[in-house]
Design a protein around this ligand. Sequence first.
Ligand SMILES: Nc1ncnc2c1ncn2[C@@H]1O[C@H](COP(=O)(O)OP(=O)(O)OP(=O)(O)O)[C@@H](O)[C@H]1O
Ligand SMILES: [Mg+2]
Length: 453
Amino acid sequence: MSTILVADDEKSMVEMLEIMLQREGYEVITAHSTDEAIEKIGKHELDLVISDMKIPKEGGGAVLRASLQRERTRPVIMITAYASAESAVEAMKMGAYDYITKPFDVEKLKLTVKNALEKRGLVLENLNLKKELREKSGIKEMLGNSAALAVVKDLISRVAETNSTVLITGESGTGKELVAKAIHAFSQRSGKPFLSINCGAMPEQLLESEMFGHKKGAFTGAANDKMGLLEVASEGTFFLDEVGEMPLSLQVKLVRAIQEREIRRVGDVKDIKLDVRFIAATNKNLTETVKNGSFREDLFYRLNVVQIELPPLRERKEDIPILARTFLEKFNAQNSRNIQSFSKEAMKMLEDYHWPGNVRELENAIERAVVLEAGQWISPESMPESLRFPSAEALAVSVPTGGIDMELHIGEIEKQMILSALKMAGGSKKEAARLLNMNLRSLRYKLSKYDIK
Ligand SMILES: Nc1ncnc2c1ncn2[C@@H]1O[C@H](COP(=O)(O)OP(=O)(O)OP(=O)(O)O)[C@@H](O)[C@H]1O
Ligand SMILES: [Mg+2]
């Protein structure tokens, strides 16, 4: 049964619509102001929203926006006064599915509602099919709820439907390959191959013949004709990993492939038509490599049609808990372990660390912890050394531009460390001294020096 929200401040109108729609077999929820409507949009699973354009306080536009924000594909029908064609046009521009004018023709209203729900059914079915396909193809979900990652996910879904070349940039281990696979999986090409090549991993000649293929006898060792990966990827997606490492001579061939959509096997004289979507990734700053001459500017512009930048994990720390928990589940299963969760201190360590190797490093750290941990909870002791003993760099110790009074600064750091050790030790000086790897006498001396009681 479909559920419909009817929002209008005019009580008789709401009642009339409610009775009529219920008679058609729909479940009806009502609201009499924008606040109430928005609250109910957040609370209920709705299939359709019908709202008056002039509903107080903020008007039907606010209801429309709230509904679209929550679910982009849910239809919203606006009710407008007969005289006001303008506001109807505006509602349509804002993304309303349709509008009906007051006083309305009951039959026409029923039909509009029926069509809107039918269309929604089709959209949902289509989304479900796509989701099923993705799950079958084993595509991993991009985990994380940070705003930064939401921007990335939004870009993925928008760019997937197009054929645009995409350049994915970001530090090592941020998920560039995962993004490339997601774009393919969400695209019309998802039933076709996704192939990739690491442009920095093999010698130039081999890379060339792998990508473009070769004719028999094109070079010593070319005993047969060979199809290149670009041809094999026909109608699918081709992922150029570490594209910044590609040798200059091959860059010329790649520009031609992208621009003319034609390739030629090594040693061949005829061209082959190419239908692939290119996605490239790099952890280098390509603008720099263009400046120093190791990357062609024309190739850079061809690749950089849409750029997706993956932020480092340290800039989206709110993603760490969900990633850590998911990895914990994964490695629990792989190692037949049943570790419940992370101790508070261990989780804090994960959140405080600067993760130069990003998500991959986090994944490795959790795998190691699962293997080493003897208890029910992951404790700080099973964390890698890099987390337990952060380097000076990780502690962000650097001289500010204006200079610094080093002695004073180090004194302050020393004082804070002692306080923190005392706290961890529950006030025990002996234990604090142990944590700080100093003897009790030195600790006592420092305590009096810094006037710590
Ligand atoms: N948001 C995420 N959710 C779940 N897993 C992730 C996420 N981001 C990255 N990963 C995982 O982290 C690992 C590294 O990701 P990936 O190989 O895509 O990174 P990369 O940017 O290509 O790294 P490199 O530059 O080193 O090649 C993979 O196992 C990937 O599945
Ligand atoms: Mg990679």
